[in-house]
Design a protein around this ligand. Structure first.
Ligand SMILES: [Zn+2]
Length: 280
């Protein structure tokens, strides 16, 4: 009996050691998987601040880290089309932009429709509207949209001197930073017209110029009853990567819901640029 007891004790000890070994092995494998996932994330995101952010996410959600899909990244090319950084990606996407904002009369309706479709947009603002609607400017930003610079008074930049041009551009960035804490990185010149002075100033301000590729013609079809023409102009002429110019105005607010429904039916989704391309 004594020898059997000893044998059982040794057997139990052996099983116990084996189990501890297995647990360690599993832990090591998990750690290896997490480390591999982190290395992959670091390769894809690039900068060290993003790496730190990712590591913080790892600590809060360790179980999901290897299952998190990388968010697609987009940029606006020199012809103003929105393109994926990853050339393999073939999703049909468009960029929605609203100029001459925030006027306040129809802005909330536009924001609510965008929310309904989980769509984000760039609002190119004029300083003279924004300074009277600072809370609304903050709300646009808080609801996840990008604030772009469309100058203070909407002057034709070819018709004003360098000093005035600087005020037109820089004072808008100062105002947006005061209200949101972030300086705009996208610039859309009024009428799509740049001047040599404005080219230099937007580079100094580290902004990318962005005209558009598809006009909604909401400035021609500006009456509320012409909303179907605005919808048709966009839907009939849409192509993937289109950068759609609209305005913060009534006819556009009325047209937007149906326009977005139709674009979704055609397979398009609404994305924002994530990368700023300077010097082009
Ligand atoms: Zn404009």
């Amino acid at each position: 009996m004594k020898r059997t007891d000893k044998f059982v004790a040794v057997l139990l000890l052996a099983i116990l050691l084996l189990m501890v070994g297995c647990t360690n092995e599993t832990l090591n494998n998990n750690q290896k998987q997490m480390d591999t996932a982190k290395t992959e994330q670091t390769k894809q995101t690039g900068t060290s601040s993003e790496k730190t952010e990712q590591n913080e996410k790892d600590q809060t959600k360790p179980d999901n880290v290897s299952n998190q899909p990388e968010q697609p990244k987009y940029f606006v090319n020199t012809n103003y089309f929105i393109k994926p950084l990853d050339e393999i990606q073939t999703n049909k996407v468009v960029l929605l932009t609203f100029d001459d904002a925030p006027q306040g009369k129809h802005t909330k309706m536009i924001l609510d429709t965008l929310d309904k479709h989980q769509a984000k947009a760039i609002f190119f603002i004029n300083g003279h509207y924004a300074v009277k609607n600072k809370e609304l400017l903050r709300e646009i930003y808080d609801r996840g949209h990008i604030i772009g610079n469309h100058t203070w008074w909407h002057e034709n930049l070819k018709q004003i001197d360098e000093e005035k041009t600087k005020k037109e551009i820089v004072e808008v960035n100062d105002l947006v930073e005061e209200v949101t804490g972030v300086r705009p990185t996208y610039f859309r010149p009024p009428f799509g017209v740049m001047s040599p002075a404005s080219v230099k100033i937007i580079l100094d301000e580290k902004m990318q110029r962005m005209n558009w590729t598809l006009g909604s013609l909401d400035w021609e079809y500006f009456k509320p009853e012409q909303k179907d023409k605005v919808i048709a102009q966009v839907v009939d002429n849409i192509t993937s990567g289109a950068n759609i110019l609209m305005h913060d105005k009534e006819v556009t607010a009325l047209a937007l819901d149906e326009m977005l429904i139709k674009l979704k039916e055609l397979g398009y989704s609404f994305v924002l640029p994530t990368e700023v391309i300077l010097g082009e």
